[in-house]
Structure formats: C-alpha cells, structure tokens
Design a protein around this ligand. Structure first.
Ligand code: HEM
Length: 537
C-alpha cells in the first residue's frame, strides 16, 4: 500500500475534518430540507459486530471487476470480515441529515482472491475500505496486470487531460466489447477515434440536442400512460423510457429496437458481460458456458444483426433520414464504403448501449432520492410545475434546483462508477512510475465520496453544487473528463431533467420498504430493481 502523503499530516487533516463534519451535521439539523435520517446507528453497529466476528485477513485486497467490463479491479477491498450479503450502512443519525445507503466499509483490506467470490465479484463498488476514501493512490498486481488506482484529482487530470495521448482504452476492454460495439467511438483510439469523435460530437451538438427535446417529452409521457397508482419498479421504468428515447431520438423510433423482444435481448447482452469479463481476465476464448452467458451471446448477435438492418435501410434511403442517417453520411465522406458501414453499425451499437443504461441509472437513483426525501420532492415538484407552465420541450432549462439535485444524485451514485486506461509508454503520474501496458483505474465512486475533497461526503446535500468554490475539475466525473469525456453528456442531462420534471408534476414517489443496495460491475444500479409506490398528484 502506498499512501503518498505523510501519514501524520494526513491523520491530522482527517481528524480536523471529522471535527468539521460533526459541526456541520448539527448545522444541517437546522437547515436541511432533506428528510430526517431514519437511521441508523443500529445498522452501523450491526456491521461492526460482523467485523468483529469474522476471521482476520492481513493482506491487501483486490478484486476482478469491470470498467466497461474487463479490467481487473484492484479493490483495496477491505472489509476483512464483512459478510458478502451486501448489508448497506447508513452512517449517521443526525436529524435532517440524510445519508443514503452505501456498502459497508471495513477498516482493513482483504486478500486478492476474495475479489473473485461473493458480492465482491458481482458489485464493483462493494467492499472498499474507508481508507480508499482517504488516500491518494493505490497499486495492485492482479492476474499479471499492474493496476494504478488514482484517488487524487490532480493525478486523474494527468491521465485524462495533460498526458491523455499516452493513455488508451485497455486491450482487455476492447477484447470484451469488440463483438458488440467493435471499433466505435467508445473503444477506438488514435486517429480512428479522432475522426469519429469529430463526426459524433457534431451530431450531439447543443443544437442537435435541442432538436431532440420533444422525444424526451414523448418518452416521459408514454411511460406515465402505462402507470397506475401502486407499486412499480422504477429501475425497469427508467430503462424502458431511456431505451425509447434512444430509439426515437437516434433511430427514428425504429420499432425493431423498442419491441419487448429487443429490450429483453439487450438486457441479456448487458447481463452476459460478467461471464465474458471473467473469460477475458483469464485469457480464455469467449465461449460462454452458463445460461446467462449464452443468453448474453444471443442478445449480442440480435443487436448486431438488427442494427445492421437499421443501418442498411438508411444507407439505401429506404426510410426517412434521421440522426443515424446523418452519422452514416458523415462516415461515408471520410471512410471507404466497407469501413463506413462497419463503423456505422459499431457506433449505432455504442449509442444504444452507452446511451440508455447510464441515463436510466441516473433517473433511477434520482427517483429513489426523491422518494427518500419527501419534503425536497415537493419543492422540486413545485419548481417543475412552474417550469412546465412555460412549455414542455425546454423545461430542462427552467429547473435549476432539479439540476442541482441531479448533480448531487450522480455524485453519490455515479452511473459509471469506474473506467480505465492502459499506458502506451512509460510515464510518471505524480511520484508513481508507470510502465507500458499498466492499467490506470479511475473511480468516480471513490473520488465523489473522498473525505479530502468533499465535506460530509456520504450525505446528500442538494445545495452542494450551488457554488463551485474550491472544487477541482477532476474530482466530480460522472461523465469522465478530458478529450474523451462523454459525448452524450448534454443529451443525457437534458433527457433526465425533462423526464424527471414531467414525472414529478403528475406523480409522487414514495418508498416501498425495499432494502436499497448498490449493484453492478459496469454501471451502478439498485440491486433487484427499485420498487417505489407511485401516487397520483
Ligand atoms: C447519465 C448518463 C451518462 C453517463 C453517466 C455517461 C458516462 C460516460 C463516461 C464516464 C464516459 C467516459 C468513459 C471513459 O473515459 O472511459 C462516457 C463516454 C461516452 N458516452 Fe456517456 N454517459 C451517459 C450518457 C450517454 C449518452 C446518452 C450517450 C449517447 C447517446 C453516451 C455516449 C457515450 C460515448 C459514445 C462515449 C465515448 C466517448 C469517447 O470515447 O470519445 N453517453 N460516458
């Protein structure tokens, strides 16, 4: 374990910070609009009891995990004796201070092999120690990969911006994603990436996003038309809605992409990643053996075949021109026909996969945080109502507090909790030597809850993003950073705000007694969905 700073100074800083937080927590008790935290020292105590009961592990931990699927995860996965039942911890019980659930954080790391079993093998953010939220850097050797985990925004900036040319998408990620998104924007590097980025960025320009706003409204309304008062899984609702948005906005509403069968195949393709990731990590050929793995493969094949038909229809002018037609035309101007067609399919698959699960998770976590804070929900509903009175399509521009809320929701539950790079040439990141081929791992999950960079980091604070003072630009990274920042970020934010505003004015979300836990290797979602009670306003 390498902690960069002088330990004594760090301890001092942390002690001071804890003092500050206690003070702040009391201030929150007077000011916050959030609900009174329901808990829960009890939960904390019971996890601590588990800590004491289990056998101790002395070595540093590491866990296999996925960035966009594959790179080995160096957890400093603590929690020597924390059971793999993913008990969530609510850390404090100060009145009006709301700390939504996160996995337990034991004090010490566990052995590498434990990362291959239980909850650690299924949930990338599970099992990190408190220490990972306090130090600047971690290094791990896992299955022959050296992994550098950067927990200091200045180090992250070096990789994502200052020396970005030296850090490419890892080979293992490309191997895993190749059958589904090939060499599209997300997985390519160098000149091919640059050419595609120019084309795709133009397609996602502010004006282009503005032209799509009516589609966000339509998808939001279609979802509500399905609802009745009572219990609904908001994770499934959000996923269906964002899939509809992508199909409407990018593929002219093509029915082949919105059928129930299509949605089931795509969900299976995403589910199948975990087995494919394990095969890639172990350098085994990609022959899935479990039912889930095989369903995933069928889902991939379906998606590629369907998107090839969708591309060919536009290529030959058989359907009205739409967003994808524009991308195809631009690709045809720069590449030979064969390559242009292949890249059109790769990018169609990229938008489909990268563009719906992520936004769906942002909306899902936002729905949970609304349900958990009823007073705040009422305020935001009133703001949304006033904004909608001024028009539906551009509502996202008139909901400043909902925007603050969404930012804070994505801080606590970043839809992409981790992503990776691989070093091309030797380099130094701060004081840490990097060899060619090393993996560099960037974790919004830890950066967004890091004790050095945020006050009271695990607590929800809707005002947190009201000012920018003192924040490093690479400490808040829901959409990544530098030249490879999410090309769909503006689209996604406008989409999420439009959908939430429409939902909020017509429906009230209430908790349904579900034990909310985080899950997922690639994206962060609630385990077992998110059942909420919907009440008509
Ligand atoms: C809340 C929703 C979203 C989140 C949190 C999100 C997050 C991210 C992150 C973290 C990256 C950078 C990954 C890296 O650097 O390795 C990224 C890249 C990307 N995202 Fe998003 N994304 C979202 C929505 C979308 C949407 C709606 C689209 C398209 C329709 C999209 C398309 C892409 C593409 C194509 C890239 C690759 C860009 C490049 O490498 O040049 N994303 N996204």
């Amino acid at each position: 374990m390498v902690a960069r700073d002088d330990q004594a100074a760090k301890d001092q800083l942390l002690a001071e910070r804890r003092g500050d937080e206690q003070g702040r927590g009391q201030a929150d008790a007077r000011d916050s609009v959030g609900r009174r935290s329901e808990v829960n020292e009890a939960a904390e105590v019971s996890d601590q009891q588990h800590d004491r009961q289990g056998p101790g592990e002395l070595s540093e931990g590491a866990e296999p995990a996925a960035a966009v699927g594959a790179v080995p995860q160096a957890g400093d996965q603590v929690g020597q004796a924390v059971p793999d039942d993913h008990r969530t911890v609510v850390a404090a019980s100060v009145a009006h201070r709301f700390v939504p659930p996160h996995p337990p954080r034991p004090e010490k790391p566990v052995a590498t092999w434990r990362g291959f079993f239980g909850e650690r093998a299924r949930t990338s953010v599970y099992g990190w120690s408190q220490r990972a939220f306090e130090i600047d850097y971690l290094k791990r050797d896992i299955l022959g990969f050296r992994v550098h985990i950067l927990l200091d925004p200045a180090l992250v900036q070096h990789v994502l911006l200052d020396n970005a040319a030296n850090y490419v998408k890892p080979d293992i990620v490309k191997t895993l994603l190749d059958p589904i998104i090939g060499s599209g924007l997300l997985t390519s590097d160098g000149g091919l990436w640059r050419e595609q980025r120019r084309i795709v960025a133009a397609s996602f320009s502010p004006a282009a996003v503005e032209a799509q706003r009516a589609m966000f409204v339509r998808a939001a309304r279609e979802a509500m038309a399905r609802w009745s008062a009572g219990r609904h899984d908001m994770a499934a609702e959000a996923t269906r809605t964002t899939m509809t948005v992508i199909a409407l906005a990018l593929f002219g509403g093509d029915a082949r992409l919105t059928s129930d069968a299509a949605m089931a195949h795509i969900a299976a393709a995403i589910e199948g990643f975990s087995e494919a990731r394990m095969l890639a990590l172990l350098r085994l050929p990609q022959f899935p053996v479990t039912p889930k793995g095989r369903a995933g493969k069928r889902g991939q094949v379906f998606l590629r075949k369907t998107l090839a038909e969708v591309v060919d229809d536009r290529w030959h002018g058989r359907v009205e021109p739409d967003f994808l037609t524009g991308v195809i035309d631009a690709l045809r101007q720069r590449f030979a026909d064969g390559e242009a067609r292949a890249l059109a399919i790769d990018n169609a698959a990229t938008f489909y996969l990268a563009g719906h699960e992520t936004t769906a998770n942002a909306i899902t976590w936002a729905s949970y945080l609304l349900a958990a804070q009823p007073e705040l929900q009422e305020q935001l509903a009133a703001e949304a109502q006033a904004a909608l009175d001024g028009g539906a399509d551009d509502v996202a521009e008139r909901v400043p507090r909902l925007r603050l809320f969404l930012n804070e929701a994505m801080r606590l539950y970043p839809p992409v909790p981790r992503f990776d790079r691989q070093a091309v040439a030797a380099d130094r990141i701060g004081e840490h030597g990097v060899a060619p081929g090393d993996i560099v791992s960037i974790w919004p999950w830890m950066l967004h809850r890091h004790r050095k960079y945020w006050d009271d980091p695990d607590a929800f604070d809707v005002e947190r993003f009201a000012g920018r003072e003192g924040r490093h630009r690479f400490q808040y990274l829901p959409f990544g950073g530098g030249p490879r920042t999410c090309v769909g970020a503006q689209f996604a934010v406008a989409e999420a705000l439009t959908i939430l505003a429409h939902w909020l004015v017509a429906w009230r979300f209430a908790e349904a007694g579900h034990d909310v836990r985080v899950a997922g290797m690639v994206t962060l979602r609630p385990k077992g969905g998110l059942p909420l009670i919907l009440q008509r306003r």
